[in-house]
Design a protein around this ligand. Structure first.
Ligand code: GDP
Ligand code: MG
Length: 434
């Protein structure tokens, strides 16, 4: 599992007060092995490793109090660079718009045709599906079946001549006011000239807005090679990587974009018509590292909170020495970031019912309560028995319930911070990467 393996690499650096170049080299070696084992193309890995080594050996990691986190951040940034920064939406400009699916047999074209139809309909469009795979009668039936299942029209034409079928389908779309046409084309088991010729004919007949190649993640390096060949022959606009719900090793996604320069736009995550997701490189990078959006949170903290304080907090989280005094400090810093709800959202596995509430009011109440405690109590909240709580409540103009609620929030935050320290286990992550 890529996450576990990377986790091991990061552990090599964690808990070390000072680290050496040797430590970093060991960690980099682990990352390299993890990527290769995850089926990432060798050349891609080599470039990737070059990038992180250079940065990791820089001052930042060597001098950091939390070298593992700095290192993870470097790996993540590099992953995002490799995967692309943002998700790339479909570019559908003509009327009706045309999406052409291409790819080898069994990659998931027909299934993805129906999935995309479902997705676009949710966005308010009215798709027409077109069965242009005429070589296997079963393929046409399969799309018709899917069309029935999702209640979407399927154009089959004469079932013989793909170019004629797609041309007629365009006329049909205009007649029926379909604003997007999705073409399911024929694939072969291997790339051959006849297939490419046919696809090119279809391309020049309809001039698709999007030519998406569907790639089966389970096929590993073969997928990367065929992606390259298809892209050279057809000028693809992007990729759909399917079957990431199986035990495919997500390396394919990482390689494709790097090798072809074209974005992965969607991923397939089940056989069902709704088993498709827009691909978000930044989120996936986080998931590969098994830490959700924690890193964007760290980014945000680093950006907003003064450095010293952030480091101090990080240290405390990791050592699990986070008392109410820190809690109070944290609240003050947090106020600078925006609502607590926003922040909680970024932390995977954060309890949903933390009732710190974003509201100023409850924040003020919390501050008042903590201020009413003695510093001994702040350092060791366990001291707060009933009579002490009563005193604190009176002093802060709140109730015992308020005090209890605060202590509960604090406990939840603490246990969350504990997980923060054991970040490797924090998130199960995307199945495709396990
Ligand atoms: P085509 O030959 O390229 O049209 O491929 P199909 O659409 O017929 O898909 C081949 C097989 O892969 C079918 O059994 C699909 O149900 C399955 N499939 C396609 N996409 C996914 C996916 O994202 N996840 C899973 N688990 N199966 C998929
Ligand atoms: Mg098919």
């Amino acid at each position: 599992n890529l996450q576990e393996k990377l986790g091991r690499a990061f552990k090599l650096l964690s808990g070390k007060g000072r680290i050496s170049e040797k430590n970093i080299e060991d960690a980099v070696k682990q990352v390299k092995l993890s990527l290769l084992e995850a089926d990432v193309n060798y050349k891609v890995v080599k470039e990737f490793i070059g990038g992180i080594t250079e940065k990791a050996l820089g001052e930042e990691v060597l001098k950091s109090f939390t070298p593992d986190q700095q290192f993870i951040k470097i790996v993540r940034d590099e992953l995002i660079k490799m995967l692309g920064e943002k998700s790339v939406p479909l570019k559908l400009s003509s009327q009706p718009s045309k999406i052409m699916m291409v790819g080898l047999q069994g990659s998931g074209k027909t299934t993805t045709t129906a999935k995309l139809g479902t997705l676009l309909r949710k966005e308010g469009r009215k798709p027409l599906l077109v069965a242009a795979d005429v070589y296997r009668p079963a393929a046409i039936d399969q799309l018709m079946q899917l069309g029935k299942q999702i209640d979407m029209p399927v154009f089959t034409g004469d079932r013989k001549n793909p170019v004629k079928i797609v041309q007629e389908a365009m006329q049909q779309a205009v007649r029926n006011i379909n604003d997007v046409v999705i073409l399911d084309t024929a694939g072969r088991l291997h790339i051959d000239d006849a297939m490419m010729r046919e696809l090119k004919e279809i391309v020049s007949a309809v001039k698709p807005d999007e030519i998406l190649m569907v790639v089966d993640a389970m096929t590993g390096q073969d997928a990367v090679n065929s992606a390259k060949a298809f892209n050279e022959a057809l000028e693809l606009s992007g990729f759909v990587v399917t079957k990431l719900d199986g035990d495919a090793r997500g390396g394919v996604i990482l390689s494709i974009r790097h090798v072809t320069g074209k974005p992965v736009k969607f991923i397939g995550i089940s056989e069902k018509p709704d088993g498709i997701e827009a691909f978000h490189p930044d989120r996936v990078a986080g998931r590969i590292l098994g830490m959700g959006d924690v890193l964007s949170l760290i980014d945000k903290l680093q950006y907003n909170i003064d450095e010293e304080k952030a480091k101090e907090m990080e240290e405390k989280f990791l050592k699990n020495k986070f008392d109410l005094e820190d809690f109070l400090d944290q609240l003050k810093e947090v106020k600078k970031l925006g609502s607590i709800a926003d922040i909680m959202e970024m932390i995977p596995g954060a309890p949903k019912d933390v009732d710190l509430a974003g509201s100023e009011k409850s924040m003020k109440r919390t501050e008042a309560i903590i201020h009413s405690m003695t510093s001994k109590e702040r350092r060791n909240p366990k001291l707060l028995n009933y009579s002490r709580k009563q005193r604190v409540a009176r002093g802060s103009g709140t109730t015992i319930q308020d005090v209890n609620k605060l202590l509960k929030s604090y406990d939840q935050m603490r246990s969350m911070m504990k997980q923060f320290g054991r970040k490797g286990k924090l998130l199960k992550g995307m199945k495709g990467f396990s």
